[in-house]
Design a protein. Structure first.
Lengths: 405, 223
């Protein structure tokens, strides 16, 4: 029995909806569980505060739930999508859409659990700051959902744009790559931007007078941690809107899929790493508000250096997207661009996290003793350069694959 | 479940262009505006030293937001206080409107939330230019290094996207959950609790988040 094309599209929509809600349920649940655990811990310290802590926990969890709700919106809309007259390529758009939203919700769900958790801790130690604690928790958790929202925007575009008139090859790879790029990139940034939100919330309970300085630092730290997700979104937009129809379908499809994987995977590391640095920076500003200038500067330097691997990933993506390949269906010719993307993608994860941790410790010490700033910054940069070497090896192998082999 | 994809529309042909209006969103926005105007008149009509019910409600809200605005903005920019509290009242009433039978939330339409997002964006940047002067404002885009300018611009624009999609996603999500579960249980027992959670609780939190982010964006630009 032959399967109609429209049935394939419908099936792809259902699989996409399942992937979307399945992956999307992971992060929010983890974040909420962590928040509940920390709330129990805080209540155990001072059981008289159980009322306000419980109330605060519920508000924090409701915001952390948003990431899961976004996934639900996309999944539900995809279940009732109208596949009439659609061609097979539309099915890949649905798959990409589901992957984008599902993966994209993982990081933000987990990340927005951090401020909720630290708010309970802060309430237990200093209940009089409840108002500004809750405000900061809400702002932090909301900002940390931005990567999931990027993923949602791409998911909407993939779902509601009509790709039916496009050629199946290589458009299917571009659409799937767009979903993977923004979805994977949002994981790191989502977790990362939750970290400064958490530490600033705890910091405000310790140093309520410096609340506005701590919040400014948190906003800068979160915004920078979200840069990797923006790279992922930019690559996704390029995959969706650049016209690849005049290029040879084989092996261009592998290059497009590789481009999505390269930026998406390599953004995970810097996103988390930047979060570590921003965590220590917010905590440092809360400890010594007078040193907020040097702390913020060192944080920005450390974060920018830690982002270099996602910039390499972005570079490899651009090469894969815009350098035309000769037509060939040979297995060797299409494995090369795909491997280059996978190599740079996975290679970028470790250095990003490692360099972020290096910068986090440097920022921590500078917050205690700002006079050692020059020395510590130098040590940080040297250490980061060494930690980066594996990322550079990945870049070299990717470039060798693309231009020499 | 047809409600999910069925959007009631008014279509007008004007000079060859087809203008499409989401009728439900428009009507519900006017309901919210009407309710706010009535509240505004009632709460300020007979101002007295011993306040009546409406005046007390208004005073509570103004006092609560005055503190938040004074924390975030400096002396020169306190004039944005009425804007901030108006945004809150509109978004909040819009978010909880769905709990009344026959009414629906205008904020479950992306057009409404995007409109508010763009409004906040323009005002924040206008305030930034007014406070710092154009040169200092423009120089911030090349921080920390000149080649970061495209990323900084995307980062600024993404604020509009994130603030409006966050509100839209949450309200639309609540609406979908209430609709699906009500359908599954034949509207017995569960819907009131769901309405209380997603309509009142989540709606209030998200209205507050939206307002605070608008305020924070203004405050970041004017610092």
């Amino acid at each position: 029995m032959a399967i109609l094309e429209v049935q394939w599209v419908e099936a792809a929509a259902y699989v996409g909806a399942a992937l979307c809600m399945g992956f999307g349920a992971i992060g929010a649940a983890l974040g909420e569980g962590y928040a509940a655990g920390r709330a129990a811990q805080a209540i155990a310290k001072d059981s008289e505060l159980s009322g306000p802590i419980l109330k605060n926990m519920l508000i924090g969890q409701a915001v952390a739930e948003s990431a899961g709700i976004f996934a639900l919106v996309i999944a539900m809309l995809m279940l009732f999508v109208n596949a009439e007259g659609a061609t097979l390529v539309q099915g890949f758009a649905y798959l990409g859409s589901g992957l984008a939203m599902g993966l994209g919700a993982v990081g933000s769900g987990l990340g927005s659990g951090f401020p909720a958790a630290e708010a309970s801790e802060g309430l237990a130690s200093n209940p009089s700051t409840a108002g500004s604690l809750t405000t900061n928790m809400l702002i932090g958790a909301a900002i940390c959902q931005t990567p999931a929202i990027f993923a949602m925007v791409v998911a909407f575009m993939l779902m509601f744009t009509d790709y039916s008139s496009m050629a199946l090859w290589p458009t299917w790879a571009a659409l799937l790559g767009a979903g993977l790029s923004v979805g994977l990139a949002a994981i790191g940034s989502g977790v990362g931007s939750g970290m400064p939100a958490g530490s600033s919330t705890l910091g405000i309970s310790r140093q309520p007078a410096a609340a506005s300085q701590i919040r400014t630092n948190m906003l800068i730290g979160s915004a920078v941690s979200q840069t990797p997700a923006i790279f992922g979104m930019v690559v996704a937009f390029m995959l969706m809107f650049v016209d690849f129809s005049d290029r040879a379908a084989w092996p261009t499809w592998a290059a497009l899929l590789g481009a999505g994987l390269s930026t998406g995977l390599s953004a995970i590391g810097p996103g988390i790493g930047n979060g570590f640095t921003a965590w220590e920076a917010s905590a440092g500003v809360a400890r010594v508000p007078e040193a907020s200038g040097p702390i913020t500067t060192t944080m920005l330097i450390g974060q920018t250096v830690a982002q270099s691997t996602v910039i390499y990933g972005f570079l490899v993506s651009l090469i894969l997207l815009f350098i035309p390949l000769e037509a060939s269906t040979n297995i060797v010719d299409w494995t090369i661009p795909l491997s280059a993307g996978i190599c740079m993608g996975f290679g970028g994860i470790g250095p990003g996290i490692g360099e972020g941790i290096a910068a986090a410790y440097a920022v921590n010490r500078i917050a205690r003793d700002a006079e050692q700033r020059v020395l510590l910054t130098r040590v940080m940069l040297v250490g980061q350069a060494v930690a980066e070497s594996t990322g550079i090896y990945s870049l070299i192998v990717s470039l060798l694959l693309l231009f020499v082999v | 479940m047809g409600e999910l994809t069925n959007i009631p529309q008014w279509t007008w042909e004007v000079a060859g262009y087809r203008l499409v209006f989401n009728s439900e969103t428009l009507i519900m926005s006017w309901v919210v505006m009407g309710a706010l105007i009535v509240f505004g008149v009632l709460s300020t009509r007979k101002l007295s030293f011993i306040p009546g019910t409406a005046q007390t409600l208004g005073e509570v809200m103004v006092t609560a937001f005055e503190g938040l605005v004074n924390d975030a903005l400096d002396e020169r920019n306190r004039k944005y206080f009425p804007l901030v509290i108006s945004v809150f009242m509109f978004v909040w009433l819009s978010n909880i409107l769905g709990i009344f039978p026959g009414l629906s939330e205008p904020t479950k339409d992306l057009n409404t939330t995007l409109g508010f997002g763009i409004l906040g964006f323009i005002i924040a940047h206008y305030a930034g230019i007014r406070t710092k002067g154009f040169k200092k404002y423009a120089l911030e885009y090349v921080q920390p290094m000149f080649f970061m300018a495209p990323l900084n611009i995307i980062g600024e624009l993404s604020k509009v996207v994130s603030i409006s999609f966050r509100l839209y996603g949450n309200i639309m999500g609540g609406f979908i959950i209430i609709m699906v579960v009500s359908d599954l249980v034949y509207s017995l027992v569960l819907p009131p609790f769901l309405n209380a959670f997603f309509g009142l609780f989540v709606g209030t939190i998200q209205a507050f988040v939206f307002t605070m982010l608008t305020l924070v964006y203004i405050s970041v630009q004017t610092k």
